[in-house]
Design a protein around this ligand. Structure first.
Ligand code: GLU
Length: 427
């Protein structure tokens, strides 16, 4: 498969593996006892192909990463107006567990802090805590594409020690934000924080949001696109505790972290990322997780405010000009996710041709990550005994001053490339 992307992930993870700053969450023994070295990185393309590096099968508790998903479920179950009447969408500028509401509206400032998250739980329909939680768990599972479960020990500890959350729930009841018994709502909140996931589950959940609510693995629509847009908006402005501004500037992806050591990050339309490493910084974010996301964003050009022209699907056409010569015609603005798709398709099909001709004549713009991947594609194909030619009249992939290095394989037109392949005895 697309080995090049795998190498990128392995390298980015290896760059941070010596980083041992930060401390494990210690408010309950179960979190204080995990292996501090655990470190997994997963990336799902928006069509559901997952790359994994490191401890991607280690389960940990989702904790606050549950918040955007329950918020999305509340939006889809009772509608945006009813949710907005109880939970705001403004950054709070306070600690995530602050016992406070908005001065004017007397509702929690947003759904990414505990007050808003507890309110979101109360908005999920259900005649009993069990029914409400079953709905939440089924929703998380549908986003992950597998049946998730809870860590009973973490749940019982959360429940036993959760006095601050109890204070928040009772305050919300006094302001008329919570209906019903606050302890019932809290019970479901403690359970949702205790759901076990892996970094790959998070990548798949992120990819479901990246696809506007369609799980790319199962092909099932889990939630509608308007709900996803609202959820991602709140993740952008409030997702990373008090470090949200720094995160948005440096990483530029809607994200949420949890004190279990996970981070979920979404690049809309393109991909989903899940990271696990349990040592946390002073703000409660995974130290290595933040660094990995910063590197991924910088090295692969993932910042969502990178200005690009509107691009349609990357692979415009794939066809054989004669036996053994397959042409991959690429179009639009080529960024990491588009190049990954081209590379994966060409590598996946490599048993079916001798020469792959990559035609980038219709590419408008390309970034360094995509350029590196397309030049690297040749190395991986030649290693497999194949040849890769490039049709690049405007020097988008191989600039004019480097053309000499690639003389025999870069052409101005498709015909020239096909002639060269034929002269070497193929086709
Ligand atoms: N169970 C924790 C709480 O509600 C979650 C904390 C977090 O991940 O931010 O306090």
């Amino acid at each position: 498969m697309a080995d090049l992307v795998q190498h990128y992930l392995d390298r980015i993870r290896a760059e941070q593996i010596e980083l041992r700053d930060g401390t494990l969450a210690s408010y309950i023994p179960e979190l204080a006892d995990v292996d501090p070295e655990g470190f997994g990185l997963s990336l799902s393309s928006s069509d559901g192909y997952v790359y994994e590096s490191g401890d991607t099968a280690v389960e940990f508790t989702i904790q606050s990463i549950s918040k955007p998903f329950t918020y999305a479920l509340a939006l889809s179950q009772i509608g945006q107006d009813a949710v907005d009447a109880r939970i705001g969408v403004e950054p709070s500028g306070e600690a995530f567990n602050e016992i406070s509401v908005d001065d004017v509206t007397k509702t929690p400032k947003n759904a990414m802090i505990n007050a808003g998250a507890i309110a979101a739980v109360s908005l999920i329909p259900g005649a009993s805590p069990d029914e409400r939680f079953d709905r939440i768990l089924a929703f998380y599972s549908a986003c992950a594409g597998r049946r998730l479960d809870i860590d009973m020990d973490v749940y019982l500890s959360e429940k036993e020690t959760g006095n601050r959350n109890r204070a928040i729930a009772y305050m919300l009841t006094s302001f008329g934000v919570l209906d019903g018994d606050p302890d019932d709502v809290l019970d479901v909140y403690f359970r949702q924080c205790s759901v076990k996931v892996t970094s790959t589950d998070l990548a798949r959940m992120a990819a479901t949001l990246a696809r506007g609510g369609l799980n790319p693995l199962t092909g099932r629509r889990v939630v509608d696109a308007g709900v996803v847009r609202r959820t991602l908006s709140v993740m952008v402005t409030c997702g990373m505790y008090d470090a949200t501004g720094d995160w948005v500037s440096a990483v530029g992806m809607p994200a949420k972290s949890g004190v279990g050591g996970g981070i979920v990050a979404v690049l809309p339309g393109q991909l989903g990322i899940g990271v696990y490493s349990p040592r946390l910084d002073s703000r409660g974010n995974s130290v290595r997780g933040v660094q990995v996301c910063r590197s991924l964003s910088a090295q692969l050009g993932l910042h969502f405010l990178t200005v690009g022209r509107e691009s349609s699907s990357t692979l415009r056409a794939v066809f054989d000009v004669s036996p053994g010569i397959r042409v991959y015609e690429v179009q639009g603005d080529l960024l990491f996710a588009g190049a990954e798709q081209v590379l994966r398709t060409a590598e996946h099909e490599r048993g079916e041709y001798d020469v792959a001709v990559l035609d980038v004549t219709r590419v408008d713009d390309i970034n360094d990550a995509a350029r590196g991947m397309l030049t690297g594609m040749r190395a991986s194909l030649t290693a497999a005994g194949k040849e890769a030619y490039l049709v690049d009249p405007d020097g988008r992939v191989v600039p004019a001053d480097r053309r000499d290095d690639y003389d025999a394989i870069v052409f101005r037109t498709l015909d020239e490339a096909v002639d060269a392949a034929r002269q070497s005895g193929i086709g």
